[in-house]
Design a protein. Sequence first.
Length: 333
Amino acid sequence: MKKRELGKSGLFVSPIGLGCMGFSHAYGKPMDRDEAIQMIREAVKIGYTFFDTAEIYGTASNPHENEEIVGEALKPYRDQVVIATKFGISFDTESGKVPSPLIPDAREDVIRKSVEESLARLQVDTIDLYYQHRIDPHVEPEKVAKVMKSLIAEGKIKHWGVSEADEEYIRRAHAVCPITAIQNRYSMMARYHERLFPVLEELGIGFVAFSPIANGFLSGKYGKDSHFDKELDYRSTMPQFTNEAIDENQTLLNLLKEIADKKNATCAQISLAWMLCKKPYLSAIPGTRKLERLKENFAACEIELSEEEIQMIDQQLDQIPMSAVFGGSAIKK
Ligand SMILES: NC(=O)c1ccc[n+]([C@@H]2O[C@H](COP(=O)([O-])OP(=O)(O)OC[C@H]3O[C@@H](n4cnc5c(N)ncnc54)[C@H](OP(=O)(O)O)[C@@H]3O)[C@@H](O)[C@H]2O)c1
């Protein structure tokens, strides 16, 4: 496995990283803590060197559990891995909605408190990649970037990035403190951020793709008989998992299956290989709780798709009918 550089940052990561959110958040009852730790360590053995968490991934009883798990799991491997975490949002749990709306807050004192707490939970001296989880409309990008510059100078973080970034925010923030990577939603069902590729190339910024299998849907393993916990599993509210959507997306799933068969691969692997082969500065961070899928997803970086094959897939994706796909939790105004 050849590591990839995120933009021109000097930060090298495995092409497939591990999204750790689902061990304790959004995908049903949390996984047993020791089993999650074991799974992350298995990922290291497989070759994953890039691990993604956030201060808000957790449960009602332990809202920051995910960082604790990631910290514990990776402690023996600290010098071999890149750990990314995120700051700048909390949940509006009073709303009673699933998923809870997000409350962005990127004030300097809030960030400073977050970084200290994340360092402690992750059991590290410095955070390799620190993302602003969502843009705070009340705090200018320059102000956030200035705080990031100070945190880098103080050695508390090494690199920073923005999640669900847009072009204006990227340009303004990057001018103050260079951004290493953005982390945006990207899959065959959500291609709207491709418009940022030229900006990232111009500025030398990497792309980390979250929810790259469209929350598992593109694996083709979920159907009308799939059931998701209404309170703990966000998939119960996602438009791509409704019965109507399963019908609507059949052509897409057939296309994936056809390519997968040709390449002796699985649909999930093709959905990952498609994006990896598109851009060399992109890393995808699928999440899974299953060892076989951990291996399967990682092996996607060995699958080659030519430029012609990618173009053919893109043309098909432009034309075929598709349902709506989950676009993220609402932001509280
Ligand atoms: N920045 C942000 O705002 C943001 C938002 C969402 C997510 N993220 C990050 O991105 C990571 C990944 O995103 P995600 O978990 O939302 O979406 P995803 O990786 O597209 O999908 C994860 C789901 O797909 C299933 N899955 C994974 N590999 C599979 C395979 N080979 N075959 C069949 N099913 C498979 C998993 O189920 P099993 O566990 O049963 O395998 C899980 O339910 C998260 O862990 C988190 O770190 C960031």
